[in-house]
Every structure is written in structure tokens, then in C-alpha cells.
Design a protein around this ligand. Structure first.
Ligand code: FE
Ligand code: FE
Ligand code: ZN
Length: 309
């Protein structure tokens, strides 16, 4: 890869293709190491997750803000958060990512379900400020028969009620597989949500490799094409994180079942292409593969070995 003026070039096959018409600041420096973590249990507190992440060679992690079913969150323990922030700083962690309970439905037809999503997400965003400049990822939800358009409007309405100018957290929409009436199965849908959000400088996207593959984006045979499409529709400057998962299901299946790295339909060579891609290699990667701690340690080790600059 090289850049010339405002254009970023890199080699595809035998020729050079222009990729994006800007050079993001983050691509100016050399990316020296892979930033990677996995989903970890938050039940032991921040310091506990931080140490667990370190023990498996991670420099970030993802966690649920509360019980995935959406119950009440534990009170913040200031001492625990403060110790964690020191640990993260000493060990050069990159920003951590909280995942909203996946049972929330911000675009439900049921007023109470919608209200619940709003209350939980608003509370989560307050809690996120204890670990400033982190990511808060959520599933856009399912429109349950109201139609994609109506779903998009409801999701944006909710975001307009909870985003605050003073928040330091970046709120990420996750790319979905499009199963059932899920919103977010296409880049266009995510773009339409972002367009309706007033404080959209607070918004970004987290690309889930299993989900986009299952949604019909061919990252196995045409990763460049998919990233080009992402850039055209949403803009690569909105892409802040990757959920790195293999998939149990076939291309375009709209299924969403994660597989261990290298053991699914994506395979190790696709995963290796993803972490090394010049437009992705600087991003934080979060594993959500079916693993216990030792399995995650092995995958992180494998991927660190496959990362070359
Ligand atoms: Fe998710
Ligand atoms: Fe995910
Ligand atoms: Zn998934």
C-alpha cells in the first residue's frame, strides 16, 4: 500500500487500485501491533476483566453492561474502575467496548419494550463515562412487521433522545445478518439511521464479520469490494471496530451463528486477510467466538502470529 496526495493506493492482483479519496490520520503512522480482545464476563468487575484480558494477550475487551437479558446493572464501583483505568494505561490498552443487552429492541412495536430499551441505553451511556472514550455497541433491533423504514425511524428517535454532546463515548451500530425482521442487515440501513441522528458525530459502526458474510457481503472472495461498498455507502471513517468471528453458516444464509476462528465458512485465510487489510489493520478486533478463556488465548496467539505489517 502507498499513498499519493489525497488518494490511498494499494495493490490488487497485478495492478494498483485507488481505494479511498482521503487518507485517514490513523493510517499515517505505522501499525505496529494487532489490537485484539474478546468478549469477557463482567461479573468480577473492571479490574478483574482487565487482568483476565492481559492474561490472554489481549489489549482490549468487550463486555455486557448488565445481564444480557437486560436486568438492573450493578452499581459502579469507583475504586474498581479507577484501578482498571491505571492498569489499562500501564499496559497500553486501546479503548474497550461495551455491548448493550442483545435482548433490547429499540424499534419494537410495543411501547413498553421500546421504553425499556431507551431507559437501559440512557443509563448505560451514563455509566460509560466512568471509562471515557470507549465504545458502546448495540444491535439496531427488529422491526417486527412494522417495516424497515419504520424501524429505522424508531432507532434514530431513540438515539436522538439519549445522545448528549458532552458524552465521550462513541455509539456503534452493529452490522447484522438480517435474520427475521432485523434492521441493519445492509450498509444502506445503517447509513439511514446515522443520517437521522442529530449528534451523528457520536455515531459509528462495528463490522461483525460473521454477520456481514451471512447477510450476503462476500468478504471471502471480495473483501476489497465489500470495503469499497462500505466506504461508498457509509464511509470508512465511521468504521471503528470489528467483531472478528467465523461463521457456521453459508454465505447469504442470514443465520448469525458464530464459529471458532478458521473453523467456519470464512476460514483462516479470510480472517488473516481481514486483520492485515490496510484499511482495517489499525482497528480493534473483538472475538465473539464460541470459546472459554483458554480458547480465546489460543485464537489471540494465532492471530498475533498471522499479523504482519
Ligand atoms: Fe452483537
Ligand atoms: Fe457481533
Ligand atoms: Zn452474532
Amino acid at each position: 500500500m502507498f499513498h499519493y496526495g489525497q488518494a490511498l493506493f494499494y495493490k490488487i492482483g497485478t495492478g494498483y487500485n485507488v481505494y479511498v479519496d482521503f487518507i485517514p490520520e490513523y493510517l499515517e503512522g505505522v501499525v505496529e501491533m494487532l489490537h485484539i480482545g474478546c468478549h469477557l464476563s463482567a461479573s468480577g468487575g473492571y479490574m478483574h476483566i482487565g487482568k483476565e484480558a492481559l492474561s490472554i494477550g489481549a489489549d482490549t475487551f468487550q463486555f455486557f453492561t448488565r445481564n444480557p437479558r437486560g436486568g438492573k446493572a450493578k452499581d459502579m464501583n469507583i475504586e474498581d474502575v479507577t484501578s482498571f483505568l491505571a492498569l489499562a494505561c500501564e499496559n497500553h490498552f486501546v479503548p474497550i467496548m461495551a455491548h448493550a443487552p442483545y435482548t433490547l429492541n429499540p424499534c419494537s412495536a410495543d411501547a413498553r419494550v421500546k421504553e425499556f430499551a431507551l431507559e437501559v441505553m440512557a443509563d448505560d451511556l451514563l455509566r460509560m463515562e466512568y471509562t471515557p472514550n470507549s465504545y458502546y455497541n448495540f444491535h439496531p433491533g427488529s422491526h417486527v412487521g412494522q417495516g424497515i423504514e419504520a424501524g429505522i425511524v424508531l432507532i434514530a428517535d431513540l438515539l436522538n433522545k439519549i445522545l448528549r454532546l458532552e458524552h465521550t463515548t462513541l455509539v456503534l451500530l452493529e452490522t447484522m445478518s438480517g435474520k427475521g425482521s432485523e434492521v441493519g442487515g445492509t450498509f444502506e440501513q445503517l447509513r439511514q439511521i446515522i443520517d437521522r441522528v442529530e449528534l451523528n458525530e457520536k455515531m459509528g459502526v462495528c463490522l461483525d464479520t460473521c454477520h456481514v458474510h451471512d447477510a450476503g457481503y462476500d468478504i471471502v472472495n471480495d473483501l476489497d469490494g465489500v470495503l469499497f461498498e462500505f466506504d461508498t455507502v457509509i464511509g470508512l471513517e465511521r468504521l471503528h471496530a470489528v467483531h472478528l468471528n467465523d461463521s457456521k453458516n453459508a454465505f447469504g444464509s442470514r443465520k448469525d451463528r458464530h464459529e471458532k476462528i478458521g473453523q467456519g465458512e470464512l476460514g483462516l485465510s479470510t480472517i488473516t486477510n481481514i486483520i492485515n487489510h490496510p484499511l482495517l489493520c489499525h482497528l480493534p478486533f473483538f472475538l465473539e467466538t464460541p470459546n472459554e478463556l483458554d480458547g480465546y488465548a489460543e485464537e489471540i496467539n494465532l492471530l498475533r502470529g498471522a499479523f504482519r505489517e
